[in-house]
Design a protein around this ligand. Structure first.
Ligand code: GDD
Ligand code: MN
Length: 386
């Protein structure tokens, strides 16, 4: 050993299983989850990696406090980035063990199944073990009927469109070889919640799979983060997979909202003309309303992770309107050119509309909803738990 080289004490044995828990506002679940895993994994060396998206409730600080008490836990705190799937990917890449389990932080997944999942990975050549609610020993628990129906429909789509064979492709509870994720890393969509489906449909080779039944439990503390945008992101994921990443899913949503905006335009135009307003003035009012409508929907859904609020919302609207006006100009000139060259007005109309959608999308993505530095937050005061 070169003289002066740092001497490390006895090498500490690597964990047999790294467990990744994506977390957003899960402070009150950090300790109960860690203790439950400790009880379930008595004879196994394990580490628990919380991937926290800068939760305002002090989740990251709670993990740090627990680590100081000697628990094999650590936290990856992500600032300016949001999303369950991408959080899981970052956790898996940071895992010390080649064998990695993914579990929600709210104790709805059954940690007592972890040893079985680990054993399957250690003793067979299975690549991925899915915690399933739809095999023997599995169940949806007390989950409300609405969520159950939604999950079954999403499962049906995943079976039909993505052609995956597992019984519960919507599961957020699974164990996998880290190398399986690493080899697909550049093809993963990392959209929304459905990281398991993302891994299954991004792997360059068919994966060897196993399933272990578990009953989905009530949440221990806090609230679910699932909302309509997560459902749209599921559609994003499917679009991305079906088009092999050729069409940015956001563009599809941007155009769909553009279509809704057109309908809004026509409704307002009709209403205004009905009130006796002159066509030109009515057209102006309808254009402003449609732009506002598009802007609000895109800010709420399409660009959720870069959502604008307060003064930025107002400035964003002005920039968006300016962008759309330029887009309208581009639309008219391309439509004009196409009409002169091809002589077909439907084709000219479509060419113009396509031109403005691509233009508006490109410019709006880079100028209106560009990624921003997160704002400094007041210090989090951690109250020592009893
Ligand atoms: N880092 C990070 N960032 N974590 C997140 C985010 C995020 O944006 N959104 C949610 N999480 C974490 C939550 O804190 C929780 O630990 C876990 O992801 C699951 O979120 P829930 O909001 O509790 O999801 P659910 O209970 O409605 O649905 C879960 O179970 C279903 C059945 O297995 C999810 O795992 C679904 O994917 C799954 O289908
Ligand atoms: Mn949950």
């Amino acid at each position: 050993m070169a003289s002066g080289a740092a001497r490390f004490e006895t090498p500490r044995p690597a964990p047999e299983l790294s467990i990744v828990a994506p977390a957003y506002n899960e402070r009150d679940n950090v300790r109960p989850l860690t203790q439950a895993i400790a009880r379930a994994m008595e004879d196994v060396r394990w580490e628990l990696i919380f991937v926290d998206d800068d939760s305002p409730d002090g989740t990251a600080q709670e993990v740090a406090a627990l680590a100081r008490e000697g628990a094999p836990v650590r936290c990856i705190r992500r600032v300016g980035r949001r999303g369950l799937a991408s959080a899981v990917v970052e956790g898996v890449l940071a895992a010390e063990s080649e064998l990695v389990a993914v579990i929600d932080a709210d104790l709805q997944h059954d940690e007592t199944r972890l040893p079985v999942m680990l054993e399957l990975l250690q003793t067979t050549d299975v690549d991925l073990v899915v915690g399933s609610r739809h095999v023997a020993g599995g169940g949806m628990g007390e989950w409300d009927i609405g969520r159950q129906r939604m999950s079954r429909f999403a499962t049906w789509i995943a079976h039909r469109l993505a052609g995956v064979a597992v019984s519960d492709p919507m599961s957020g509870f699974f164990a996998v070889r880290r190398s399986v994720v690493e080899v697909s890393i550049y093809d993963l969509s990392q959209q929304g919640y459905k990281i398991l489906l993302d891994i299954l449909t991004s792997s360059p080779r068919p994966l060897k799979l196993a399933e272990v039944g578990y009953v989905f439990r009530e949440r221990n503390a806090g609230t679910s983060k699932l909302d309509v945008v997560v459902l749209i992101e599921y559609a994003f994921l499917l679009i991305d997979k079906l088009t092999r990443g050729l069409i940015p899913p956001r563009f599809v949503l941007f155009c769909a909202i553009g279509g809704l905006g057109l309908a809004c335009h026509l409704v307002v135009l009709d209403l205004a003309i009905g009130q006796g307003v002159s066509f030109l003035r009515a057209q102006g009012i309808a254009t402003l309303c449609a732009m506002g409508f598009n802007y609000i929907l895109n800010n709420t859904i399409t660009y959720r992770s870069a959502r604008l609020k307060g003064l930025r919302f107002a400035v964003g609207y002005l920039v968006f309107s300016a962008v759309c006006s330029l887009g309208a100009l581009a639309n008219i000139s391309v439509a004009n050119l196409t009409l002169r060259e091809v002589g077909s007005w439907p084709l000219a109309g479509i060419a113009g509309a396509l031109m403005s959608s691509v233009f508006n999308f490109g410019v709006a993505t880079h100028f209106v909803w560009r990624p921003r530095r997160p704002r400094r937050r007041a210090n989090v005061v951690l109250r020592a738990s009893a």
